[in-house]
Design a protein around this ligand. Structure first.
Ligand code: FPP
Length: 281
């Protein structure tokens, strides 16, 4: 958090939003469904891949800002198991962009102490993509700052299937298949995100009110934030506003009490008064 404020110019719009955030109540883990690249391109009469290309800039800004805020983890939905249904040239373009990102971003990942981990059924990716992902994962493995999960060939249901199969396989190897009892902890420990806190905040761009098979288990208690902004237009300001909104939610986790919001204070009013009145940069 301190790092982000130091990187911004005092008084500028993002600085003013960041200065209002409570550093003690930042989400530990943010997950993002980056949607709207195609529409962004269509609005400009450009091929869809140009929308994805513009989306890489939003990825860079978001990753850096989350690291500067001191988040523990950021999970980005880059390619779903369903995305194979897209035209071949779009899929190949996405792999080219991913490789471009990996090659160009390594120095920034190292500078920001970010550990990159690809999550999903990676064995189905083209060899070259697998090799480059593995290389960046190896090079950033010792980084101890934020963990950046890139969900690639990811599906929430396939993740659950993989987790249950891993549980069964372990029990089989240990010879206690008959005694296997499936528990919440057992499943969590076999997900791709094992060891990480579940996301506190799930952001989806482009206004769609869907979960699209993303982190189905892990988002059980996440706060959802949907913005009409298309992913390539998603700026640092949008991210900070989402976190500000998150901090003014009442998180009850199924219980009745809440901490953090002052008695009698209206969180929604606070958002309207403080964020919307900010002058445009
Ligand atoms: C959804 O928009 C976006 C994707 C399927 C791909 C996301 C990829 C990037 C942001 C760029 C590469 C990623 C990394 C991590 C370097 P859409 O195409 O479904 O948009 P639409 O709904 O408007 O058609």
């Amino acid at each position: 958090m301190k790092e982000l404020l130091q990187a911004l110019t005092p008084g500028e719009r993002d600085w003013r939003i960041a200065a209002q955030l409570d550093p003690k109540r930042l989400p530990a883990h943010i997950a993002i469904i980056m949607d709207g690249n195609g529409r962004w391109a269509r609005q400009r009469n450009l091929p869809r891949i140009m929308g994805h290309k513009a989306g890489v800039t939003a990825v860079r800004t978001t990753v850096e800002t989350c690291a500067q805020l001191g988040l523990e983890a950021l999970t980005l939905y880059a390619f779903s198991v369903e995305n194979w249904k897209r035209p071949r040239h779009e899929i190949e373009g996405l792999w080219r962009l991913l490789r471009f990102y990996l090659r160009n971003e390594l120095s920034n990942l190292m500078r920001n102490d970010i550990q990159l981990v690809a999550v999903g059924r990676l064995e189905s990716l083209p060899d070259l993509v697998q090799r480059e992902l593995q290389s960046v994962m190896d090079k950033t493995a010792a980084n101890r700052g934020m963990r950046l999960n890139l969900a690639i060939n990811y599906g929430g249901r396939t993740e659950l299937i993989d987790a249950v199969n891993a549980l069964l396989e372990n029990a089989r190897l240990e010879g206690n298949l008959d005694a296997l009892e499936v528990t919440e902890e057992g499943i969590s420990n076999h997900l791709y995100t094992t060891g990480l806190k579940d996301p506190d905040l799930l952001i989806r761009t482009s206004g769609e009110m869907r979960l699209s098979n993303f982190l189905l288990w892990q988002i059980a208690y996440a706060e959802l934030y949907v913005t009409d902004t298309l992913w390539p237009d998603f700026k640092r300001t949008d991210l900070l506003e989402a976190i500000f909104d998150f901090q003014n939610r009442e998180r009850r986790f199924g219980g009745l009490t809440l901490g953090g919001i002052l008695p009698g204070e209206s969180a929604t009013c606070l958002v309207d008064e403080e964020v919307l009145e900010l002058p445009l940069a």
